[in-house]
Ligand binder design. Sequence first.
Ligand SMILES: Nc1ncnc2c1ncn2[C@@H]1O[C@H](COP(=O)(O)OP(=O)(O)OP(=O)(O)O)[C@@H](O)[C@H]1O
Ligand SMILES: [Mg+2]
Length: 240
Amino acid sequence: MTQTNEKNCPLSGVCNVAGTLPQCTTDCSPYISVTRRYKASQLPKDYTTTFMSNSPVRATQEAIYATLDTYIKSFSMDGVRIKNVYLMSESPGTGKTTTASALLNEYIRRRFMYYVKRKEEVPQELALFLDMTEWQNRYNMATMSKDEDKLDGIAKDIERYSEVEFLVIDDIGLRTATEAFRGYVHTIINARTTNSLPIVFTSNVPITELRNVFDDRLYDRVRDQCIELPFDGQSKRGRR
Ligand SMILES: Nc1ncnc2c1ncn2[C@@H]1O[C@H](COP(=O)(O)OP(=O)(O)OP(=O)(O)O)[C@@H](O)[C@H]1O
Ligand SMILES: [Mg+2]
């Protein structure tokens, strides 16, 4: 007997034929298309099934999740600017990356349906996850080895991160970044704020420290349209 696919499908909550055969299988074309957008997002594997509803962080960060439950509604609203979000805690392991990933996962499925309902073409990339430490390492390797292809890859990344609808920047610290690397991050953030494209940041430093990393103008623009959410508590890492 053919298995239905509603348990694996991120669209099942909004699909009229979820759990019904013959439509609800792994051959369903919206399922295939949305899955492709998830694969393209570069979200780390550990977080691919985390949504706002099942996030393990919800129970201990209720107030933050109440705010974000309202925020995610803006993903499918017309004429509403989607704000930036700054998830911050000085102590590690409080659930920032988990929450940022849940927001990215919600964005893809909600935005996908938004375009489908409007009968518009869905962009190939809807959201990207930028792991700052990993990208900085890749950049360092490329410059050290002067490898043309790798440097070309970094240039293409800058373009993608600047243009994609929704971007998560995981761990914006930048304490160890070179002047040149900061310049690239500046370029990405500047392009996005100019075009009103949202960024979800996670960070171990208060947002005011970004003033020391970027110029005042960029800092003001990021902060102007930003929901700042401090995560409290001690590390929950390894408790799951
Ligand atoms: N509030 C919480 N309740 C339950 N589990 C949590 C909570 N916060 C984090 N966790 C668990 O701890 C682990 C680390 O969480 P996560 O990576 O989201 O933390 P983080 O704040 O991004 O940490 P870091 O500052 O080191 O980047 C995950 O497995 C996550 O599920
Ligand atoms: Mg993190």
